[in-house]
Design a protein around this ligand. Structure first.
Ligand code: IMP
Length: 181
């Protein structure tokens, strides 16, 4: 079975009910709001966003952004920059940023700063996973799926060098695989 592999960290059966819970909380919190703008951070959040958004019971629209880090090949270092911006204005709108994983937290911090400067009605954050041990300072996550240990994880949208994104579960990548690269 797909979710009983040796490196499975979060099985498919645990992800779905957690996404249900997050969607229920978000729907309750935004009840009565005209329209929520749900912003997915490409590429990693696309699967989580698709599952989450389909469970929301509040009116919402979807937009995407893509970011990358200035750096020397190491995804974990460097400054964040936007490589694909939103298609529409978020002025006076309620914004929910949806991330796959919060590692150092630089990406989320950068995005919240960017969006807050655009005059939205509110900005909140939702992340499927967080490596708390690696967070630099306090990173506010309003809706969090899972805390995970400091290891490289793949699946459910998350990749390692563009691989393993479509695994239905979240798995820890074998350190030997990482070292071999
Ligand atoms: P941060 O800015 O350090 O929080 O990094 C966030 C980004 O790094 C995520 O959106 C991912 O693209 C990437 N990332 C960090 N850790 C992992 C991991 O374990 N697996 C896959 N991508 C990761």
């Amino acid at each position: 079975m797909a979710d009983t592999g040796p490196n499975v960290l979060i099985a498919e059966e645990r992800i779905a009910p957690r996404v249900d819970e997050l969607a229920a909380r978000i729907s309750a919190d935004y009840e009565g709001v005209d329209e929520l703008v749900v912003i997915g951070v490409l590429k990693g959040a696309f699967i989580f966003l698709a599952d989450l958004a389909r469970r929301l019971t509040v009116p919402h629209r979807i937009d995407f952004i893509a970011v990358s880090s200035y750096a020397d090949g190491d995804q974990r270092s460097g400054e964040v920059r936007m490589v694909l911006d939103l298609r529409e204005s978020i002025e006076n709108r309620h914004v929910l940023v949806v991330e796959d994983i919060v590692d150092t937290g630089r990406t989320l911090r950068y995005l919240v700063q960017q969006f807050e400067a655009r005059g939205p009605a509110s900005v909140r954050t939702c992340a499927l996973t967080r490596k708390k041990a690696r967070n630099e300072g306090e990173i506010r996550i309003d809706y969090l799926g899972f805390d995970i240990p400091d290891m490289w994880v793949v699946g459910y949208g998350l990749d390692y060098a563009e691989r393993h994104r479509t695994l239905p579960y979240i798995a820890a990548l074998d350190p030997a695989t990482l070292d071999a690269d």
